[in-house]
Design a protein around this ligand. Structure first.
Ligand SMILES: CC(C)(COP(=O)(O)OP(=O)(O)OC[C@H]1O[C@@H](n2cnc3c(N)ncnc32)[C@H](O)[C@@H]1OP(=O)(O)O)[C@@H](O)C(=O)NCCC(=O)NCCS
Length: 205
């Protein structure tokens, strides 16, 4: 039986577990720092915390980090890699991914996502339910594109940036690193590093 360990036992983790089962993983276990106070995450057991997983990485056929915070996800992925974990990429069978797109290791692609030709997604990304990433987009590492967000062609998104639920980004826009785009916003101008922008059109908070 193929065994997958998921680090991060919250709601996002449950969607990752469900996606993993759709991808054919037969045995899914969680690890999270709420253990031992919590021992189940929905339908799946929580078997230990981060330290337990670090000491057991060899027991699993794959490991994925399911933590919504981009910076925490990056640090946990780095810890796992240092311990020799076999990080996997999960793509829900209902996602439509161009064979000419590239998706980095440790990323998750949920149901209904579309990734078009020549898009490049870095490692550890979250492409959340029903988002679309159009042709020639370039996403850095540890980005999160929330449910229903739309990136038009040729958009660039820097490392650790988060595009909120239902946001839209016009073609060829450059979004810097560690940017937050608020829910429902429309991005029509380039955005410098570390800004939070909201609204239609999106402006810095
Ligand atoms: C942008 C965001 C991060 C700001 O959060 P925050 O720093 O806690 O900001 P606040 O809630 O204190 O709001 C500050 C101001 O910005 C406004 N604002 C916040 N988010 C906004 C948005 N998405 N669009 C328009 N205005 C927004 C608030 O109304 C408030 O305005 P006011 O000062 O006139 O009352 C957050 O509102 C957001 O949109 N997060 C994305 C959520 C998401 O996509 N979730 C999906 C998870 S998978």
């Amino acid at each position: 039986m193929k065994r997958l360990a998921i680090l991060g036992a919250g709601g996002h983790g449950k969607v990752v577990a469900d996606t993993a089962e759709s991808c054919g993983w037969q045995c899914v276990e969680f690890f999270g720092d709420e253990w031992p106070a919590r021992t189940m995450n929905g339908h799946w057991p929580i078997s230990g915390n981060t330290a337990s997983l670090l000491s057991r990485v060899g027991e699993f056929d794959g490991i994925i980090v399911a933590i919504g915070s981009n910076s925490v996800r990056r640090s946990k992925v780095e810890e796992m890699e240092t311990a020799g974990a076999q990080l996997v990429t999960l793509v829900h069978p209902s996602a439509v991914i161009s064979p000419r797109a590239v998706i980095g290791t440790g990323s998750v692609v949920f149901a209904g996502v579309v990734v078009n030709v020549d898009a490049r997604i870095g490692r550890g990304a979250i492409l959340n339910t029903g988002c679309s990433v159009d042709h020639d987009c370039q996403l850095g590492s540890f980005t999160h594109i929330s449910p229903g967000a739309r990136l038009a062609g040729g958009v660039q998104v820097g490392d650790l940036s988060w595009v909120g639920i239902g946001a839209s980004v016009k073609q060829s826009i450059r979004i810097g690193q560690e940017v937050v785009v608020g829910a429902g916003s429309a991005v029509v101008r380039d955005i410098a590093d570390s800004l939070t922008v909201v609204g239609v059109p999106a402006k810095a908070l």
